[in-house]
Design a protein around this ligand. Structure first.
Ligand code: GLN
Length: 426
């Protein structure tokens, strides 16, 4: 689960820190490598902490290490890392989810741990669901992205994974707030206490394409939300959500293809001692040798989508879809506090099943986590049941800046639901 461990751990004394945490490997850290799961960043030692890491240290946290992830966040199963694959603590033959797979795994096996994760299209909800822990993705702009190695700047959110609702709330307060080093974090309402959640909307087609075992657990959870927590649960129509997945891949890849341009063997990470070829050739060689397959695919897709002549057809269209989805959510939030779906359409898959999936099947697996991500809505994935020993996750979505509602439901569900810990320990 860790791809780098804090070298100072042996020399520390008990009681020196209030809690322990980890950082996903795409957040910069002083004293520890930061490689975002990519060989191209081998040797990169950042000179500064990412904002969220700095804030957690200031709050009294001990950074245990960096958690493994899909290269630059490109993936759903953490199988696209250049530094090994984290295994699901509930079944070692299965995936932890991605791209913050190591973060969710660390949270599942280390008591009291809190992990900093990052989500662009579902990288907190998905691994939290597969590893049976809680994952909070805040409103876009709530937490500064300073020190985050960008995947898609208009989509990336730094968030938290933990086993306790109270920790999510406490640590979000630690890391949230305006930061002039990331202007998108600057204009934000404060995080107040919210009124209790009363009503929940469930999209009519929420269970379309979802496995039987996830459907069953989800429906049981709906009954308990209604009967035990006394919530009003109503069905709503969200027809534009089906456009979210293709639009996300256009936006995400377009932004990623420009963000990755900086990794060329000149400034960060891998470099040749002696450069004898023309610089163009040198850049291409370093990039061909050190980016993984999925990173290359996304560079090609994104470059294509941004090309003159195609830009209006793909990129601009995807931006319009994003607006449509925001409006759809806001329509739902006029009458309901939260929107609820399963987090993932299936439980953590086995690695051999992942090998058999084609790339579109992998992309499609994100269709429930992408709508809140593309629209910047805060969301929370929490366990709602177990199927054949594997955790099943559900995902609550709130309106922009309404994290308070998510904390309320997290706390209440935590009291009603018995969270299981995996037998495997660290
Ligand atoms: N699985 C999605 C992707 O591959 C989301 C990953 C993420 O949020 N970083 O883009």
């Amino acid at each position: 689960m860790f791809c780098a461990i804090n070298p100072d751990l042996d020399h520390l004394q008990d009681g020196q820190f209030d809690f322990h945490f980890s950082a996903k490997d795409n957040l910069t850290t002083v004293g520890l490598p930061t490689r975002a799961g990519s060989r191209i960043l081998e040797g990169y030692r950042p000179a500064f902490d990412a904002h969220a890491v700095e804030a957690m240290r200031q709050a009294g946290g001990l950074l245990l290490g960096k958690t493994n992830m899909d290269e630059f966040g490109f993936g759903t199963f953490s199988t696209n890392s250049a530094f090994g694959v984290p295994r699901n603590p509930f079944d070692l033959d299965r995936s932890c989810g991605g791209s913050s797979g190591g973060a969710a795994c660390a949270t599942a096996v280390l008591d009291g741990h809190v992990a900093l994760g990052v989500s662009t299209g579902g990288s907190i909800s998905c691994p939290a669901a597969f590893c049976g822990v809680m994952g909070l993705t805040p409103t876009y702009g709530r937490v500064s992205r300073h020190g985050l190695l960008d995947y898609g700047n208009s989509l990336d959110k730094v968030g938290l994974i933990s086993r306790r609702a109270a920790d999510l709330e406490m640590h979000l307060r630690n890391i949230a707030g305006p930061d002039p080093r990331d202007p998108t974090s600057c204009a934000q309402p404060p995080m107040g206490k919210s009124a209790p959640v009363r009503s929940i909307a469930v999209p009519k087609d929420a269970l379309e394409g979802v496995s039987d075992e996830v459907s069953r657990s989800f429906q049981d959870a709906l009954d308990r939300l209604r009967d035990d927590l006394g919530l009003k649960v109503e069905t709503v129509e969200t027809p534009s959500f089906r456009f979210a997945m293709p639009s996300y891949y256009v936006l995400g890849c377009s932004e990623a293809s420009t963000n990755l341009a900086r990794y060329c063997g000149l400034r960060y990470g891998v470099q040749s001692e002696e450069i004898t070829e023309h610089f163009d050739k040198y850049f291409s060689r370093i990039r061909s040798e050190n980016f993984g397959r999925e990173a290359k695919r996304r560079i090609l897709l994104g470059t294509f989508a941004r090309m003159v002549g195609f830009r209006d057809r793909y990129y601009m269209k995807a931006l319009q879809v994003r607006e449509l989805i925001i409006q759809e959510y806001q329509r739902v939030f006029q009458d309901h506090d939260l929107l609820l779906t399963p987090a993932m359409p299936f439980t953590a898959p086995r690695f051999d099943a992942i090998d058999d999936m084609d790339i579109l099947e992998v992309y499609k697996a994100d269709y429930l986590t992408i709508p809140p991500n593309i629209s910047g809505m805060p969301h929370l994935s929490m366990p709602c049941g177990y199927a054949q020993g594997m955790p099943v996750g559900m995902q609550f979505v709130a309106n922009h800046w309404q994290e308070g509602l998510l904390f309320d439901i997290a706390q209440r569900w935590e009291e009603a639901f018995r969270l299981r810990a995996p037998e495997v320990t660290a």
